[in-house]
Design a protein around this ligand. Structure first.
Ligand code: PAF
Length: 285
């Protein structure tokens, strides 16, 4: 496995693969890998000749109150894990490569970034789409693979790729969960032992929502009220939002008529967790 730190070297390497007619699949990450990341890499391996994984904790997607400096990092462990699934290249740039002095260009995807996490993390998606566009220009992939746990991020990136006519395919993979149903996230390490059962009310809430939907209920308000009751009944939980939205526009829906997603953001102790479920899809846990 190759480790590349510099943009020019990555671009030249990708270009040389493209000239040989090879396909490149890209998994952008902020490191501190878990099984969810490895699932993305394994999927990438199936679809391309070369799998590039970036590890970069992107400062522009963290707000002033977010956890940028204490975001978990362990490069050596990440390398071993990426190697175990036969990733080919790790792109690991330093900050001054990605945001040199006098940097001033950002990408803002409008409507789909307003709702949900857009309220509590106003500059977050601008940072995400900016770094993803930069990484796409550096890695030059044919495919880029994202987990659907970050559903709004996945939709915003697909929107950007369509709107800006980028020449790559965005693939979304189902959320990978722990045995108890908790969605895998690098932030799960922050959870204290006694907070874990409270964190499980997110998956509990999604299952409850699906059951109510399966029984025929279509009013978002009614479903949300029941999920809210469940999550509030647990210790340490503080709900940021529970919303039911159209899967394309991410606008709130009053009544579920077409494809809709229930999205949750809940603080459990000091840890903010998100999760979601598209009604009618399989909810593994
Ligand atoms: O999902 C993430 O880990 C990040 O938001 C991403 C896509 C790597 C951009 O920094």
């Amino acid at each position: 496995m190759k480790v590349i730190k510099f943009i020019k070297e990555m671009q030249t390497y990708s270009e040389s693969l493209r000239l040989l007619g090879k396909k490149i699949a890209f998994v952008p990450t902020m490191g501190y890998f878990h099984e969810g990341h490895l699932a993305l890499m394994k999927e990438a391996k199936k679809m391309a000749d070369c799998v590039v994984v970036s590890i970069y904790v992107n400062p522009t997607q963290f707000g002033p109150k977010d956890d940028f400096s204490k975001y978990p990092r362990d490069f050596d462990r990440d390398l071993k894990m990426a190697e175990s699934v036969k990733a080919d290249v790790i792109f690991y740039p330093p900050d001054n490569e990605m945001y040199p002095a006098n940097y001033q260009t950002y990408v803002h995807v409008e409507r789909v970034t307003q709702n949900l996490c857009g309220f509590s993390r106003p500059s977050h998606f601008r940072g995400v789409t900016t770094i993803c566009l930069k990484l796409f220009n550096i890695v030059k992939p044919h495919f880029a693979i994202f987990g659907k746990k970050d559903f709004q991020q996945y939709i915003a990136i697909k929107r950007m790729v369509t709107d800006l006519n980028l020449d790559l395919h965005i693939i979304g993979l189902a959320t990978v969960r722990e045995a108890d149903g908790l969605a895998m996230s690098s932030r799960n390490v922050y959870l204290k032992e006694n907070e874990r059962s409270s964190a499980l009310t997110l998956i509990g809430g999604l299952k409850l929502a699906q059951n109510i939907y399966s029984a025929g209920e279509r009013k978002a308000k009614v479903i949300i009220r029941e999920v809210e009751k469940l999550i509030k009944s647990a210790d340490f939980t503080d709900i940021d939002y529970i919303k039911i939205c159209d899967t394309t526009t991410l606008d709130d829906v009053g009544e579920i008529k077409s494809q809709a997603v229930i999205a949750l953001a809940v603080k459990v102790g000091a840890t903010r967790l998100i999760d979601n479920h598209v009604f009618g899809e399989e909810l593994k846990a």
